[in-house]
Design a protein around this ligand. Structure first.
Ligand SMILES: [Zn+2]
Length: 138
């Protein structure tokens, strides 16, 4: 059920745009205020750009003013992995898709209630879907 998805770099490169590949597979970061979703407020869910796994929901999205889509929780915490990231002389917590290992962004502890968390996610790593797959509870 939770079988991992593994593809070669060449396969990912063929599937993704250059920006998506750079961010999701090479742990890149899109420039602030350039992504598709930082100022996007439609109602729906956000899936992994690589494998389609539901990760975040518009219900948890908030305007952090940082130029990246921000969520105060993952919609499906079981689909999200966290890892220590000590690159760039910082100590951060990286957020990844558990299913395919895509780099999504980072989580910080300066978000709003009730979690106090801010999942700062690259637009390039996610794909908006107005149809919630889990759905049925509104
Ligand atoms: Zn994925």
């Amino acid at each position: 059920m939770s079988r991992k998805i593994e593809k070669t770099d060449a396969e990912w490169r063929a599937q993704l745009s250059p920006t998506q590949y750079e961010v999701a597979r090479q742990k890149g970061t899109e420039r602030a205020f350039t992504g598709e979703y930082w100022n996007f407020w439609e109602n729906g869910e956000y899936r992994c750009i690589c494998c389609g796994t539901p990760l975040f929901d518009s219900e948890h999205k908030f305007d952090a003013g940082c130029g990246w889509p921000s969520f105060w929780t993952a919609a499906a915490p079981e689909n999200v992995d966290e890892a220590e990231d000590r690159s760039h002389f910082m100590h951060r917590t990286e957020v990844l898709c558990r299913k395919c290992g895509a780099h999504l962004g980072h989580v910080f502890e300066d978000g709003p209630a009730p979690t106090g968390l801010r999942y700062c996610i690259n637009s390039a790593s996610i794909r908006f879907d107005p149809q919630r797959s889990s759905g049925g509870d509104d």
